[in-house]
Design a binder for this molecule. Sequence first.
Ligand SMILES: N[C@@H](CCC(=O)N[C@@H](CS)C(=O)NCC(=O)O)C(=O)O
Length: 219
Amino acid sequence: MLKLFTHHRSVSAHRVRIALNYKGVAFQSIFTGLDGTSDERKQYLEVNPQGLIPALWVENDLIISQSSAILEYLEERYPDRPLLHGDIALRARIRSFAQIAIADTHPLNNLRVLRYLRDEMDVPYDRRRAWFEHWIHAAFGPMESLLAEQPAGDFSFCFTARPSLADVCLVPQVSMAERYGVNLGPYPIIRRVYRACMALGAFQAAAPDTQGDSAAPAH
Ligand SMILES: N[C@@H](CCC(=O)N[C@@H](CS)C(=O)NCC(=O)O)C(=O)O
């Protein structure tokens, strides 16, 4: 069985949990702390030398790190419930949207960045919070516009009638923003898509507060 090194608060692991659930792939969760100094965390460096979560253990000589690499692997290995739909143009739009979350938003608000601002740059809490919110709005504004530009159709989800990679990447970002109390009022389409996703079992079972380690601290 696949093993996912995960933490309930990890946005990147959240994406992978949704994809595994949606595709109906059984996996074992290996709950791994985000505290960079714990013994457990040091042992984790043997699994993923970068020390970041998630990593997917497939077999002894295949442990995949980086959520986008894991998502691509899952898409190729389990194509029956695809997360990329439609023609080449639609698939490109889905990938572009997903990258706003994966490449341009999450890395700026990652724990190690926020910790660095706190510990090395002496940035106080209210300024770190302003940083966090700034990058969330910098993503959600354009994401909302991209969703609003769509041609009319029966789109419960981001671009399609079924969940896609775009939804897989949007939902953890919204979930994190909600946890931090970010005002999502300006983003009605994002909120609608989020509600549609969260009505599905695959998304519910991947949510941070339903994970076995949900009582564990983030850091
Ligand atoms: N680009 C990586 C990012 C992984 C990542 O940054 N994971 C976070 C949790 S979401 C982490 O392990 N943070 C620990 C830290 O920042 O020290 C991916 O998509 O997998």
